[in-house]
Design a protein around this ligand. Structure first.
Ligand code: SF4
Ligand code: SF4
Length: 472
């Protein structure tokens, strides 16, 4: 029944294979020799199978767990350096016909303020986001055939790309909308989107159906096979994710990796990113009512094991997590974070009055983008506003092969410094600017290729003179 190449959800995420894997991992969790051999394989940076990764997740030998964390940190450093890519979510509309029991936008919620941005509203929101310094957005919208049809999403993407305020521009729009048809994915591809992101929420079919009692999202196969249709529509950068807290984290971890293996087996390219949201309180949603919540230690272990299992897949953590928690997982494998986020419709232009709240979840890290940029630099990271790859046609397997042979490093590092420089020139506070100038000076020396270093230096000077948008 289990077949990673199958187009059918119930075959590439075969329930019995998940259960067998969990049983195998439980039996192997104290097997030091096996864990050593899995760690040795992981050090080759070629990833692990879901069975091997599940053993690491369950490992209960303290000394080996320390090795797991150390290896995750090492892989993070080797592949992503000290760069962290920044983005912000933009909520277009919270009208939704689905009944997801963990999200306040569910159709039965009659008291939450329902909002949908007009194109003029979008221009204002994007201007506000550009004035913060953002270059990369993830757009979000509920599923509603009349209020949020594909034409509305496409028009909104066009509007977002068209706004050029002062030196600002949004250079990459990632899209997080409901599972749709191959035809609509083709339209999104033609609109120039970056990554198509769709969270599975839970891979456990029975739980999935209970958690999505009404609406089109109730169809497990339609939702789980969405990435296949996205690939068939020409979108080769897709982002996976589960909502940790809905089901057992061990089940989700295993199935998530099986999904990644399916993408690789069926299309020759694994997921571009994996997001790791945990359930949060929001409006009529009580996170405490979900019995599968995970603590910070388990969360850190999940991040470390995902990093080891799929070393070339970017990993995203949002402002759902606190500063402290984000700091911990940045070292273990996170490569992208959001900053200065508003999780409500229209929240960037003005804060919402108490009786008109439309947030999807409570934000835990409420710092401004400037505070986050400064914090990242002070904790040894380079905040990057880079969006170069998809604009240079480096997507899908082309991106993955450059990532796997390490050549992408020649792009990521100088691009991070140049986009940070733009941020410092246009948006940073005095303290952030001073800290950033120092950091760029130090990090320039770390560009190994002399020619690239010289070009980067010249571009940095030209940014001071007002030029923008250099990229490798
Ligand atoms: Fe709608 Fe998405 Fe919320 Fe479900 S998670 S209610 S589909 S907005
Ligand atoms: Fe990401 Fe590509 Fe920029 Fe590197 S060069 S940070 S992989 S967009």
């Amino acid at each position: 029944m289990y077949n990673p190449k199958s187009p059918k959800a119930e075959e590439f995420i075969a329930h019995q294979e998940v259960l067998d894997t969990l049983e195998y991992a439980q039996k192997s969790k104290s097997n030091a020799a096996l864990i050593d051999s899995i760690l040795a394989k992981a050090r080759l940076k070629k990833g692990l199978s879901h069975r091997e990764a599940a053993v690491l997740l369950d490992c209960d030998i303290e000394e080996k767990n320390q090795e797991i964390y150390k290896l995750a940190e090492q892989l993070k450093k080797d592949i992503y350096g000290n760069r962290i890519v920044m983005f912000a979510p933009l909520y277009l509309s919270n009208y939704c016909v689905n009944g997801c029991v963990y999200c306040p936008y569910h159709a039965r919620n009659k008291h939450i303020a329902r909002k949908k941005l007009t194109q003029e509203d979008i221009r204002r929101e994007v201007t506000a986001l550009q004035d913060m310094g953002h270059k990369r957005l993830a757009i979000e919208a509920g599923e509603h055939p009349f209020m949020n049809p594909i034409e509305y999403i496409l028009e909104s993407i066009e509007t977002i790309y068209s706004v050029k305020h002062k030196n600002g521009s949004i250079r990459r729009v990632n899209v997080n909308i409901a599972a749709t048809t191959v035809e609509n994915y083709k339209k999104l591809k033609d609109a120039g989107i970056g990554t198509y992101i769709l969270f599975q929420e839970t891979y456990h079919k029975e739980s999935y159906e209970k958690l999505h009692p009404t609406g089109p999202k109730n169809d497990y196969a339609w939702h789980t096979e969405a990435m296949d249709r996205a690939m068939q529509g020409g979108i080769d950068d897709v982002g996976l994710g589960v909502l940790f807290g809905l089901e057992s984290y061990r089940y989700e971890f295993t199935a998530l990796l099986m999904h990644a293996e399916h993408m690789e087996a069926a299309y020759g390219v694994g997921p571009h990113t994996i997001s790791v949201p945990r359930i949060r309180h929001a409006d009529d949603i009580d996170a405490g009512a979900f019995k599968n919540g995970i603590n910070d230690d388990t969360f850190a272990k999940l991040v470390a094991c995902i990093r080891i299992a799929v070393p070339y897949t970017g990993m995203i953590v949002s402002t759902r997590e606190s500063q402290k928690c984000r700091e911990r997982v940045l070292h273990l494998g996170i490569s992208q974070i959001s900053g200065g986020s508003r999780t409500s419709v229209g929240g960037y232009v003005e804060p919402e009055p108490e009786d008109e709240k439309s947030e999807q979840f409570d934000v835990n890290d409420t710092r401004t983008l400037d505070q986050i940029v400064l914090w990242l630099m002070k904790t040894g990271h380079i905040p990057s506003f880079c969006t170069a790859c998809y604009r240079e046609g480096r997507t899908g397997d082309r991106f993955m092969s450059l990532a796997k042979n390490g050549q992408i490093q020649n792009c990521c590092h100088p691009n991070a410094l140049m986009t940070l420089k733009e941020y410092l020139e246009d948006y940073a506070s005095e303290e952030t600017k001073q800290t950033g100038e120092q950091l760029i000076g130090d990090e320039l020396k770390n560009i190994p290729n002399e020619k690239i270093r010289a070009i980067a230096r010249k571009n940095l000077d030209e940014i001071i003179d007002g030029q923008r948008d250099f990229r490798f």
